[in-house]
Design a protein around this ligand. Structure first.
Ligand SMILES: Cc1cc2nc3c(=O)[nH]c(=O)nc-3n(C[C@H](O)[C@H](O)[C@H](O)COP(=O)(O)OP(=O)(O)OC[C@H]3O[C@@H](n4cnc5c(N)ncnc54)[C@H](O)[C@@H]3O)c2cc1C
Length: 263
């Protein structure tokens, strides 16, 4: 259990009194894979397409857990200009502090996860371009404390993947049930994706086993609405809320918060 250090709606960082538990994603995935194999599930590494799903025996149920791609979906709903997260890994760094930290700036936010194995830092917004030195310089202007042990040092920085992390969802096709992010890709700021993804997976499988699939479209609409309102409130409290990128995303969230948009 740790505490979190946050700088969101104020100019200085504060300690969040709510303790949290941090889960290592690679370890979690490895454990789940072991459990699945022990239960007799065969894991393959094939890339599937929408067309090849149609060829599966109709007596089999197909669950689409292809994340934000939702390859079997009929239609995707996302902001015209999604918010993007870019990550940096610092494996050689012995961090000055461990735990989760978050800071909001004028154009977006930065989050940091640190433990004895190193530091992972993500910058979120749009146009987070440049070298690590340039990105670090921009962060230093609004939250120097979060990168104090990561700037001006001679260590290897791995510039990781960039990808969308804003709200999106999909309309299922005729052949597969959507679960996880394929069903509803939450905004990363909520840190809810894994828990709710497991929830939709358990619900879809148990509904399948009991023969009842009713209620899923309504669930999507309600979950999307509740989530969109939550993200609107979080963005509204941050300094970047007035930036054009986030205002445009806010408009999308406002429409997403309306239950009848695509439910
Ligand atoms: C920047 C960022 C920070 C986040 N922070 C948190 C957090 O702190 N806490 C939290 O709970 N959640 C967080 N999330 C959300 C979390 O990562 C997702 O909700 C979660 O990964 C969704 O799991 P999933 O299995 O549905 O999809 P994914 O993890 O995206 O997995 C989908 C898999 O399908 C594979 N795939 C895609 N297309 C195909 C294809 N055609 N054929 C075969 N395979 C395919 C992909 O390679 C991938 O392995 C964050 C997300 C982002 C972007």
């Amino acid at each position: 259990m740790r505490t979190r250090c946050l700088q969101w709606d104020a100019a200085a960082a504060t300690i969040d009194a709510l303790p949290y538990v941090s889960v290592s994603r690679p370890n979690l995935e490895a454990s789940i894979a072991l459990l699945a194999e022990a239960a007799g599930i065969r894991i393959t590494h094939r890339t599937v397409s929408r067309a090849c799903i149609q060829e599966i025996d109709p007596d089999f149920t197909v669950f689409d857990a292809t994340g934000r791609r939702a390859v079997t979906a009929e239609r995707h709903w996302r902001s015209i200009q999604p918010i993007v997260a870019r990550s940096f890994q610092f494996a050689e760094v012995k961090p000055a502090r461990e735990g989760f930290e978050l800071a909001a700036g004028p154009t977006g936010y930065v989050y940091r996860l640190a433990n004895r194995n190193g530091v992972c830092l993500g910058v979120v917004g749009r146009n987070q371009k440049g070298t690590w030195a340039e990105v670090c310089d921009r962060i230093t202007r609004f939250a120097p404390w979060i990168v104090s042990d990561l700037c001006d040092r001679d260590f290897t920085v791995v510039d990781g993947k960039s990808g969308p992390c804003s709200l999106q969802w999909a309309q299922p096709g005729s052949r597969a049930l959507l679960i996880g992010d394929a069903f509803l890709g939450r905004d990363a700021i909520s840190s809810q994706g894994l828990a709710t993804g497991f929830g939709t997976a358990i619900s879809a499988v148990s509904q399948e086993l009991t023969g009842s699939l009713s209620g899923r479209p309504v669930d999507l609409a309600i979950q999307r609405t509740v989530h969109a309102k939550h993200v609107i409130d979080q963005i509204g409290a941050a300094p970047f809320s007035r930036h054009s990128t986030w205002r445009q995303y806010g408009d999308f969230l406002g429409r997403a918060a309306m239950v009848d948009l695509a439910g």
